[in-house]
Design a protein around this ligand. Structure first.
Ligand SMILES: C=CC1=C(C)c2cc3[nH]c(cc4nc(cc5[nH]c(cc1n2)c(C)c5CCC(=O)O)C(CCC(=O)O)=C4C)c(C)c3C=C
Ligand SMILES: [Fe+2]
Ligand SMILES: [Fe+2]
Length: 336
């Protein structure tokens, strides 16, 4: 029998209720070794890659990690910030702002893969006397590959505790009015500054098409959120498009693909596009590099003139307010 991690005998600190924000994760450094460590953890998760390990492990260890790690490390180096990876830096700023908005709750950020890890942060909270835990995965749309993987990490850690906290898990917030308000304001602020492009592209992280057939609600939630945002922005059908980015591997992913759509639009004579990525709570490699650099090149190479990337909500006051209000609602009925 595995020994359980015992609760501390005296419970210090004011916060009995904790809010754990969890994002996907990121390497500790923009180096090949650090990226390899991170990708190895990420791509071993059965929620992310469902292939049998007899097949996947040799491919991962002998082909994907050696080839991909140095390449991806070079990309991370181009977006790296003073305090680390953008995903981590913006996440920490968001957590800090939300702590101000929720002073009676201990607000922490963890990463599903890499650091600060979910087990490490949960143990810190346990040492501080946590009795109730609300987990808010920073994914507006639910997917088994992201949201459920966060649930797994939390429950795997709590399975080793003798005294577990009361637990609530947020599934998604893809139609949350406060979150939509923040997104709408973000796009309108961009338009006020730069004017409107010919099209607004709403680009979401993709998923193998197989996930949709298996019942993952992700694509439906992306569509519903995109339609709601378009309605708030008073866009006509021909003025906006929903696309999926960040394909990984050879199989078919959700379509239409972002890069192919940009090529097509340029070919049809569209000169300018604004791109917003409503599935990313924080800017990261997939927005700052893949959209703002790679897809900008794709669009211009195909004859487009300007691709303007509209940054993620990050630690904007509207985002802080929306997620804090959302957390408040989920905390209802719990004493602090
Ligand atoms: C926002 C939702 C996300 C979904 C859904 C998602 C699914 C998914 N991703 C991969 C493979 C990779 N994703 C990578 C990076 C990455 N993915 C998300 C979000 C979602 N992924 C974020 C926020 C990030 C950025 C991390 C950062 O540090 O900036 C990567 C790593 C980068 C690379 O090697 O290209 C991979 C790999 C799969 C296979 C998948 C669904 C099954
Ligand atoms: Fe392996
Ligand atoms: Fe991803």
């Amino acid at each position: 029998m595995k020994p359980y991690l015992d609760a501390p005998t005296s419970v210090p600190g004011p916060g009995r209720t904790a809010l754990l924000l969890v994002n996907l994760g990121t390497p500790d450094a923009p180096t090949s070794a650090a990226v390899r460590r991170y990708l190895a953890q990420f791509l071993h998760d059965h929620r992310v890659v469902e292939l049998t390990r007899w097949l996947w492990c040799p491919l991962l260890h002998f082909v994907i990690l050696p080839l991909r790690s140095p390449k991806v490390a070079r990309k991370y180096a181009t977006v790296w910030m003073q305090g680390g990876s953008p995903l981590l830096v913006y996440g920490q700023r968001l957590a800090r702002q939300m702590q101000h908005a929720l002073p009676d709750v201990q607000v922490r950020l963890a990463m599903r893969y890499g650091n600060p890890s979910v087990p490490d942060v949960l143990r810190q909270l346990q040492a501080e006397g946590m009795q109730r835990l609300l987990v808010l995965p920073l994914y507006p749309q639910y997917s088994a590959s992201t949201t459920a993987a966060v649930y797994d990490a939390v429950s795997q850690e709590l399975a080793t505790w003798r005294r577990t906290p009361e637990l609530r898990l947020v599934a998604d917030y893809h139609l949350d009015p406060g979150w939509l308000d923040a997104l709408e304001a973000r796009v309108r602020a961009h338009w006020d500054l730069h004017g409107r492009a010919d099209r607004l592209l709403m680009s979401f992280h993709g998923l193998p098409k197989r996930f949709e057939a298996a019942g993952d609600p992700y694509p439906r939630q992306c569509e519903a959120g995109a339609r709601a945002l378009a309605a708030r922005l008073e866009l006509a059908d021909q003025d906006w498009l929903l696309t999926y980015q960040s394909r990984f591997g050879r199989e078919e992913w959700l379509q239409p693909y972002t890069d192919k759509t940009l090529e097509r639009l340029a070919g049809e004579g569209v000169r300018t596009v604004d791109v917003v990525c409503p599935g990313f709570a924080s800017d990261c490699l997939e927005t700052l590099e893949e959209i703002a650099v790679e897809n900008d090149e794709v669009f211009r190479h195909a004859g487009g003139e300007v691709l303007r990337y509209i940054s993620a909500l990050n630690d904007e006051p509207g985002h802080v307010a929306a997620l804090s209000a959302l957390a408040r609602r989920h905390l209802q009925g719990w004493p602090h």
